[in-house]
Design a protein around this ligand. Structure first.
Ligand SMILES: NC(=O)c1ccc[n+]([C@@H]2O[C@H](COP(=O)([O-])OP(=O)(O)OC[C@H]3O[C@@H](n4cnc5c(N)ncnc54)[C@H](O)[C@@H]3O)[C@@H](O)[C@H]2O)c1
Length: 364
């Protein structure tokens, strides 16, 4: 058995996945789609792909089995719902959703249509996340106590252009800024997937950069915070600290800097990765190849810690075998809902707020 796939969104990020979908032995047909005809023709020519569509609406009318949606982040949830309603299995880039209402709609659409949904969280397949999940499965941490995770991405590292490019012709001063905790999935995915626990409440605070001309109240985001930090309670009794910083003197990272258990712990910083217990510690280097991959994908794992090839394989294999993907919708909303509530808490000076949950995936 093999499947047909359409890739929607060929901006800065989407094209980095074309080669892996094209090379996957279980994909017999690949189509491309973008609203911008110059992007569409450029990538179709470069990868010698003849089947193209000018819009999501058009590709939803095709007989393709699955769509990979890598469009602007605020479009993911409504476009995923539209595609599933059209009978397509769906992969979207992160975040899965930008509001709690969208989380609800996504989960209910998957339940009602029975289509396969997967969220492309790159941190999930980073070697150190896989290493920690394997240690957790073996019981090596003991009981989980606390996890610290962060996504540091200073504005000067390309983020002004990313925002302007995503808005395109609609770009204007009112579109500047963003809400750091509305893009929390690269950090939250570590503790949630390793501890197999979800966030239950949060108290968060924000940092205002002096004279910030980008993060401002008078934008569509109405957010003055360039950096947000949240302290969460978790369903397993542990605590979780998440830092989403966009003004920081740091080269940048998406990592769990510490996952602590009653028996052992994992720590990571710019100097390296360490496994520790009550008697000492050792430096570890989790392997880049950590699971089965078709040979054609293993040759080039792609970006974000070699996660791209694993994301592509997980989605293709889940659709082909009609199985639940590891990054299913119930898991995906556990990566974004905590940040959505944390931002509300930060706006209310740290008020402790409950975090909704949509339950475990069926059979989990
Ligand atoms: N590590 C990661 O997981 C990671 C890294 C980078 C980007 N991303 C995510 O990838 C997504 C895309 O980012 P980007 O920088 O490539 O954005 P982009 O704006 O450069 O590209 C988006 C593309 O989608 C197309 N598009 C939008 N609506 C469409 C429609 N209805 N039909 C067809 N095409 C449509 C646009 O024309 C555009 O070319 C973002 O949502 C971002 O959150 C994730």
């Amino acid at each position: 058995m093999s499947i047909s796939v359409g890739m929607v969104g060929l901006g800065m990020f989407g094209p980095s996945f074309i080669q892996s979908f094209k090379a996957h032995p279980d994909v017999h047909r690949l189509a491309l789609c973008d609203l911008q005809s110059d992007r569409l023709s450029k990538w179709a020519k470069q990868f010698q792909i003849s089947e193209t569509y000018p819009s999501l609406d058009a590709i939803c009318q095709s007989d393709l089995d699955a769509l990979v949606i890598i469009t602007q982040h605020w479009m993911h949830a409504p476009q995923a719902v539209q595609a599933m309603e059209s009978g397509k299995h769906v992969y979207t880039a992160v975040p899965a959703a930008v509001s709690l209402d969208e989380c609800e709609k996504l989960v209910r659409t998957v339940e009602r249509t029975g289509m396969i949904y997967m969220n492309g969280e790159t941190s999930y397949f980073r070697p150190e996340a896989v290493f920690c999940r394997q240690k957790a499965a073996a019981g090596a941490f003991g009981e989980f106590v606390h996890c610290r995770a962060e996504y540091f991405h200073d504005m000067s590292h390309g983020l002004y252009n990313v925002a302007k490019n995503r808005w395109g012709k609609q770009w204007g001063r009112d579109k500047s800024g963003a809400i750091p905790m509305h893009y929390p999935t690269h950090s939250v995915a570590f503790p949630v997937s390793v501890m197999k626990a979800h966030a239950t409440s949060v108290s968060a605070q924000g940092y205002v950069y002096p004279n910030d001309d980008w993060f401002r109240q008078d934008t569509i985001h109405q957010n003055p915070f360039s950096n947000e930090v949240g302290l969460f309670t978790m369903s397993n009794g542990a605590t979780m600290q998440i830092c989403e910083f966009r003004r920081i003197g740091h080269p940048g990272c998406e990592r769990a800097s510490g996952i602590y258990g009653t028996e052992a712990s994992f720590e990571q910083n710019l100097a390296g990765k360490v496994w520790a217990d009550k008697h000492g510690h050792q430096t570890v280097q989790p392997p880049q190849i950590h699971g089965d991959l078709p040979e054609a994908l293993a040759a080039d794992l792609g970006g974000h810690g070699g996660s791209h090839a694993y994301l592509v394989h997980e989605f293709v294999d889940a659709v082909n075998r009609q199985r639940l993907p590891s990054l299913n919708v119930w898991e995906a909303v556990r990566y974004c809902a905590p940040g959505l509530v944390a931002h509300q808490s930060a706006l209310c000076n740290g008020e402790l707020l409950p975090i909704p949950d949509w339950g475990d995936a069926p059979g989990q």
